[in-house]
Ligand binder design. Structure first.
Ligand code: 13P
Length: 340
């Protein structure tokens, strides 16, 4: 393992004004997104959609890396260039989702454990050869009556740390993603308490498994109220609570923090990131690793039709640029209405 290689890639992922595109939806998840726009989910349709995103003109100004899915990392542009090679030529780092999904945790009703450790070393070796220089593993923590249990938090944190160690062994930067969901009616305070407990356990496990913190990226949720909570905090409150929680629980040595959007609207996700970046100076770069918040408008404008590729690309450009602005606190509420 080369610590300097890991640090170089991690630092490039959080380069000034840039963030990640999470385009690593599993075939089950992308099928749901395509169904919403009335499109079938064939292998060719999934390829075309990812090609629309990756060939959007100018994205390398705003996008440092793309998280791919196993099928996607093996696909090519219509001109026959493998997607990872195409991205590398643009100066964009290819990454790969390596977990195999959240499955029911035996004995703990309503809670999940993320799987994918068996055979992971061999898969990482292959992904490295295909061009991946970073990976992602997502643990899912749901908030509800009596959950999360400490056992579920501990099991998921342990798996994240085992995954991160295998990645670093293979010179791949791990994105450690413990996602506390924003489904349900919980308050911001409850999200804060659960996120605090999760981050504490995650960093304890990362320490135990000897993770080189300067060579990893944390991908957390923001501290936010559940979607069904009757009292919704202001964007300023979300930004302040999230930064306070991270300062308390994330070591300054971590190379960067790249948030998930988690079901926030694209405008909310950009605004929250922008407001947080005005609360500096902070020990780490705060950036984005958005899936839905970067893609929602592009998917709708495309509608699954080749005639609309340019319209979809225009939306992807717009939201990439607005989130790039948010990296330095330059996105303001309402800006998305003026933006072309
Ligand atoms: P969202 O931004 O849509 O939450 O997706 C990010 C991601 O990669 C979740 O694992």
């Amino acid at each position: 393992m080369s610590r300097s290689d890991l640090e170089r890639v991690a630092t490039a992922m959080v380069a000034k004004d840039k963030g990640l595109l999470a385009a690593d939806e599993s075939n089950t998840t992308i099928a749901k997104r395509l169904d919403k726009i009335g499109s079938p989910s064939t292998e060719e349709q999934r390829r075309s959609y990812r090609e629309l995103l990756f060939t959007t003109p100018g994205i390398a100004q705003w996008i440092s890396g793309v998280i791919l899915y196993d099928e996607t990392i093996r696909q090519k542009t219509r001109d026959g260039v493998p997607f990872p090679d195409y991205l590398v030529k643009l100066g964009i780092i290819p990454g790969i989702k390596v977990d195999t999904g959240a499955k029911p945790l035996a004995g703990f009703h309503g809670e999940t454990i993320t799987e994918g450790l068996d055979g992971l070393r061999e898969r990482l070796i292959e992904y490295y050869k295909l061009g991946a220089r970073f990976a992602k593993w997502r643990a899912v923590i749901d908030i509800g009556e009596g959950i999360p249990s400490h056992a579920a938090i501990e099991a998921n944190a342990h798996a994240l740390a085992r995954y991160a160690a295998l990645c670093q062994e293979q010179d791949i930067v791990p994105i450690v993603e413990p996602e506390v969901l924003m489904d349900g009616g919980h308050t911001l305070e409850r999200c804060d308490a659960v996120t605090s407990g999760v981050l504490t356990e995650v960093f304890a496990q990362l320490d135990r498994q000897r993770i080189h913190l300067e060579g990893m990226i944390l991908k957390p949720n923001m501290v936010i109220a559940g979607k069904k909570c009757p009292t919704q905090p202001s964007a300023e409150q979300v930004a302040a609570a999230t930064v306070r929680c991270l300062k308390r629980h994330v070591p300054a040595a971590v190379a960067g923090i790249m948030f998930l959007s988690g079901g926030q609207t694209p405008a909310q996700a950009a605004l929250h990131l922008s407001l947080m970046n005005r609360l500096g100076p902070l020990p780490w770069q705060l950036s984005f690793s958005y899936g839905r918040a970067l893609q929602e408008a592009a998917l709708a404008a495309w509608g699954g039709k080749s005639a609309n590729v340019a319209a979809g690309q225009k939306e992807f450009q717009k939201w990439s640029r607005l989130n790039s602005l948010a990296r330095s606190g330059g996105f303001q509420a309402g800006m998305e209405q003026q933006a072309a």
